[in-house]
Design a binder for this molecule. Structure first.
Ligand code: FE2
Length: 460
């Protein structure tokens, strides 16, 4: 009798083990959650001089996550002084989306608080016992207007591991001490597909744990959860994996998709161009009218001036462009159109008394491999809006390194081989007026489909 019970128990355990194994059978090893932390990513939910947020993933065996933090002293055992902080842990049933395997993963996040400005810290995340990440390092922002250098990526979106990773890594090679990275939406293609997020994290690897990300959702971060659903919703993974600022005066539906960060005299405003445009318009007006910073950068996904053939976002343009111009935003970083476009609105075209030579600079960029044709006639269609197209490209992946130092902003757009494709400098006077000058004397020929390697969208 006892023997028979043992056999029955073993059989049940065997079936359970099989089911467990079967669920992840179709996955690559780096997609599978385990007790070891992965998908470690730095973001901000507060002041970057005093706080730092980190999020990571494990399997559901890790019920309590912990982070440890210490001053990154050069001594070998800097870690002996580490302070431990318990994480917020939340389960995520990725099977809510029918394209994912039936697995519940745990997402953990910690906001380090009370940090010293301009200080290098080391941290690790784990289960508080044997399962820790390696020690990673980050530097807090200073409380002065020290130079700021940051990266900007247009849509990664497709073939993120195979074809986007080289851009991400070339960017790290070019600016290893970047203070943060802006990802202007469409980080992946199918919002809830866990395998695609796995690719995004593998492509960036430990860089995501060293350089904080400022992320906004694109249209591809919204999708129906199941075939039966009519309404597209924000990626299941977005909330659990990115710890971002929250505000009372924005609709709940925009939570952790609309926010701003002040970093050493630069205000970076992240907007959600998918939803609730009017609510954000009021919020933007408020955020820009009380802005003590010398420089302002906006990022959102759908561009004010489209560069992809047959595309236009008049609603966003009508609502946001007047506010962008009124408050003298310096740079607007966007994605969505799978082309490269950089242009500006000369001040004489704007209804303002400012002495500036130029108004805001608008950029549409693409960092992934899906490519569209540039809008026919360039930006002629936007002539009534007064925008001038300064540089464009097709069939080319880009990353940008932007450096702000005192009254100068230098923008450089690089290609995957590390070569410069576009650059300019904005100079600002004390009264806030700006002038623009070319940075490189010769940027070379425009890259267009007809002069570049053949392109085939299959597989993108
Ligand atoms: Fe898009």
């Amino acid at each position: 009798m006892i023997k028979r019970n043992v056999i029955v128990i073993w059989t049940i355990l065997g079936i359970l083990a099989n089911v467990q194994g079967h669920e992840t059978e179709s996955l690559r090893h780096w997609e599978i959650a385990s007790p070891d932390p992965d998908r470690i990513v730095l973001t901000w939910a507060g002041n970057p001089a005093r706080t730092q947020a980190v999020s990571w993933r494990t399997d559901d065996s890790v019920e309590n996550g912990y982070a440890e933090i210490a001053l990154a002293d050069p001594s070998a055992r800097f870690d002996l002084n580490a302070k431990r902080i318990k994480a917020n842990t939340q389960p995520l049933d990725i099977a809510q989306h029918d394209q994912n395997v039936a697995v519940v993963t745990h997402f953990h996040s910690v906001v380090f608080k009370g940090l010293m400005p301009d200080t290098l810290y080391a941290y690790r995340v784990g289960n508080g016992d044997q399962r820790w990440s390696e020690w990673l390092q980050f530097r807090t922002a200073s409380t002065k207007n020290d130079p700021v250098e940051f990266l900007y990526f247009g849509d990664a979106q497709n073939a993120v591991l195979s074809h986007w990773s080289r851009i991400m890594r070339a960017a790290f090679q070019k600016a290893p001490y970047a203070d943060f990275s802006i990802h202007a939406g469409d980080l992946i293609n199918r919002a809830h597909r866990d395998q695609e997020w796995a690719e995004w994290f593998k492509a960036g690897g430990w860089v995501h744990g060293m350089i904080p990300s400022i992320v906004v959702p694109g249209n591809h971060e919204y999708d129906e959860l199941t075939d039966a659903e009519q309404e597209k919703r924000l990626s299941l993974q977005w909330g659990p994996q990115f710890e971002l600022p929250r505000y009372q005066d924005l609709p709940d539906i925009l939570e952790e998709t609309v926010y701003y960060i002040d970093y050493q005299g630069v205000r970076i405003v992240a907007m959600n161009s998918n939803r609730e445009i009017e609510a954000q318009t009021k919020w933007l007006e408020k955020v820009l009218s009380r802005n003590p910073n010398s420089w302002t950068v906006l990022t959102f996904h759908h561009p004010i001036f489209s560069s992809g053939d047959g595309r236009d976002n008049s609603r966003n343009r009508d609502s946001w462009k007047p506010i962008i111009e009124k408050h003298g935003v310096d740079l607007v970083l966007q994605g969505h159109d799978h082309t490269y476009a950089r242009g500006h609105v000369p001040i004489r075209m704007m209804d303002t008394a400012s002495k500036s030579e130029i108004g805001p600079v608008y950029v549409n960029s693409v960092s992934g491999p899906k490519m569209y044709e540039f809008m026919e006639g360039g930006w002629d269609v936007y002539r009534p809006e007064g925008v001038i197209l300064d540089r464009k490209a097709e069939n080319t992946q880009f990353f940008q390194v932007i450096r702000i130092e005192g009254m100068s902003l230098v923008y450089k757009a690089y290609m995957a081989n590390g070569e410069l494709y576009d650059a300019f400098e904005l100079r600002k006077q004390k009264d806030g007026s700006r002038s623009m000058r070319d940075w490189a004397p010769d940027l070379g020929e425009e890259r267009l489909f007809e002069y570049t390697l053949p392109y085939n969208r299959e597989g993108m």
